[in-house]
Design a protein around this ligand. Structure first.
Ligand SMILES: [Zn+2]
Length: 621
């Protein structure tokens, strides 16, 4: 932190961007100290930019106000009007004249116009920007900075801080690409090298058999001489640290060679190895635990962002572009509607529209392959009667007439599906109305086999994202891999909420896996299709549905990279119904990788319909 304040003092730059590990006084040092300096010592107006105005209130209450109250400037706090006695206002005028004005990144332009100031503070900069959004010049940050336009570039001064999110995020770009990309170098107590400690230098935790052992044995080693540093040595080395800007070098005598890059922006970054609050042991314990976490992607994201201050990389899920010909190649000789002889479980997925429903029937075989037994449509009279009524009648007719009798098994007998999952995002509500009848929920209540599913974006989740609950409770009755069941008391059912976006990746992968492994046996996970002989166009139309959307990665705050499906062409209903069918199979315990057989779980009590479903109630994340 001494290095940061020295750098500001040097006046070599007028844009100071910082990113560092959490709980290290980032806000205090990077924002509050310079803020108080401009407000009270230079006695000038400042603008404080936040992503949303509700965050301004919190920043004021939690960070700024206490800092002023504990400083010698506390008697300059506003004494009358809004913002007095510790209250919050978007514009606060201090007793000696200068103002502190909050501005939000997402407010309309009028909230930012009219005010000007030489000093601008920006907190949580990455949240101001939308990943892959519009041009940088039109971004909220540039609009904030334009408030200082009445001052020359040399006069104005900007302070910016954020946790590192991903490489294209504002703070990483600002500190590492546009700015000086400065790094903290420390003298090694064992060799004479000046070195930077990063994640790779933390060793000793990996071999541990318990988290406590990991904490005891974790230590940093010097990247130059490989000697281990103890905590006293690390703290001592940090006290002697120097700042090395991009392209500069440092000799063993501590002499820095070369000029700083020719830029207005100081890009300052530190990580847990520079922290007085985080010991090597703490970090080693975190690493050890993260490696064993159920959701390793999420733990890795946390470690990179909050401890090591590295941009998060997209997880290693491969994204394929499906093509129609490849799907058609997966056809087998089994006729449409015939369930393979070695079928273990059968599941159905249904997607609803005003005039028809699309369904897919998928079998899970002993070989762990999935076979698409049948797909088709059924009519819904949504144009000639009330849509909710039409939905109810059509789905009930399909259930009783087609689903409940089951499908014919190769070699004789019938197979009844163990799960029928229907998309309940839309249940006949007209645009803009709430719709009270909820025919799909009514049917789920009447027919135990029918499960209502709410996919991502149903408004249940903030921002339309799926988020998995941590544990079961009165509301959450079971947790699967990317789906969970929630009690909906007013309808007397358990509704499944599902991360359909991630499951579409699973489906896409299954449509890519070669049917046969290198040894010639059936490849687990692959999907085969019924014979195309009976349908005129082959599987062309199905293929068009399955390829109607393509996956893209998108950065989402607090979640990291998520997969979003972008629609390429309109008809995608069999993609939705097939996805539901394969999640339904997973819920029946059909998985490519074996897990301990879950106990039979009963869910639903009291007035709720009690039913037995195999394979639910296991918590995988
Ligand atoms: Zn060394």
């Amino acid at each position: 932190m001494r290095l940061w304040l020295e750098a500001i003092d040097s006046r070599l730059w007028n844009w100071f961007a910082a990113t560092g590990s959490v709980q290290d006084g980032k806000t205090f040092n990077c924002i509050l100290i310079p803020l108080l300096y401009h407000l009270f010592e230079l006695k000038e107006d400042v603008i404080f930019g936040v992503p949303r105005m509700d965050m301004a209130h919190e920043k004021w209450k939690v960070d700024i106000l206490p800092a002023i109250q504990h400083s010698s400037f506390r008697n300059l706090l506003p004494s009358g009007g809004r913002g007095s006695r510790g209250g919050f206002a978007e514009l606060l005028e201090f007793k000696h004249g200068p103002t502190l004005r909050f501005m939000s990144g997402h407010g309309g332009d009028e909230t930012r116009s009219g005010a000007t100031a030489r000093a601008i503070f920006i907190t949580e900069a990455d949240k101001m920007e939308k990943a892959g959004g519009t041009s940088r010049e039109a971004s909220p940050i540039y609009q904030l900075i334009s408030r200082a336009r009445s001052f020359t570039t040399d006069e104005r001064v900007i302070y910016e801080e954020c946790t590192t999110s991903f490489e294209k995020g504002e703070i990483w770009q600002r500190t590492q690409e546009i700015g000086t990309a400065s790094k903290i170098v420390m003298p090694c107590p064992h060799c004479s090298g000046w070195v930077t400690l990063e994640r790779e230098q933390l060793t000793g935790w990996r071999e541990a058999t318990s988290v406590r052992q990991a904490r005891r044995e974790a230590k940093y080693i010097c990247p130059a001489c490989a000697a281990a540093w103890d905590e006293d040595e690390r703290l001592a080395a940090n006290r002697q640290a120097k700042l090395l800007h991009r392209d500069q070098t440092i000799g063993s005598d501590g002499e820095i060679h070369g000029d700083p890059p020719d830029t207005d922006t100081l890009g300052f970054r530190w990580n847990a190895a520079n922290s007085v609050f985080k010991t090597a042991g703490d970090c080693g314990g975190d690493e050890w635990s993260a490696e064993r976490a159920a959701d390793r992607d999420a733990s890795e994201t946390d470690l990179r962002q909050f401890i090591w201050v590295l941009p998060v990389e997209p997880s290693k899920v491969e994204l394929y572009e499906l093509n129609v010909d490849e799907i058609v190649k997966r056809t087998t000789k089994l006729k449409r509607g015939i369930v393979p002889a070695d079928t273990v479980k059968l599941a159905v997925g249904i997607d609803l529209r005003t005039v028809e429903g699309h369904y897919t029937v998928v079998a899970w075989r002993a070989s762990k392959q999935r076979h698409l037994v049948e797909y088709g449509t059924f009519k819904i009279a949504g144009k000639t009667m009330a849509v909710d009524r039409a939905l109810y009648l059509a789905v009930e007719a399909f259930l009783t007439g087609v689903v409940l009798p089951g499908w014919q098994k190769e070699g004789g007998g019938m197979v009844v599906p163990g799960a029928v999952w229907v998309d309940a995002n839309w249940q006949g509500e007209e645009r803009g109305t709430r719709g009270g009848a909820k025919p799909v929920y009514q049917l789920s209540r009447k027919y135990g086999v029918l499960t209502s599913v709410i996919g991502r974006g149903a408004g249940v989740y903030k921002g339309g994202n799926y988020s998995a609950p941590d544990k079961r409770n009165k509301q959450v009755r079971f947790i699967g891999d990317g789906y969970h069941g929630v009690v909906m008391r007013e309808h007397g059912i358990v509704v499944v909420q599902a991360d359909t976006d991630t499951w579409k990746v699973n489906l896409q992968h299954a449509l890519h896996v070669p049917l046969l492994g290198i040894d010639g046996s059936a490849n687990p996970g692959a999907i085969t299709l019924h014979s195309a002989g009976s349908i005129g166009e082959g599987h062309r139309e199905l293929s068009r549905h399955l390829t109607a959307e393509t996956p893209e990665r998108e950065w989402v705050d607090d979640r990291g990279f998520v997969i979003r499906w972008k629609r390429k062409h309109h008809a995608n209903h069999w993609l939705d119904s097939t996805t539901l069918a394969i999640i339904a199979l997973d819920s029946l315990g059909c998985r490519v990788i074996d897990e301990p057989k879950p106990k039979r779980t009963e869910w639903g009590k009291g007035r709720l319909r009690a039913r037995r479903i195999e394979g639910w109630g296991i918590a995988r994340r």
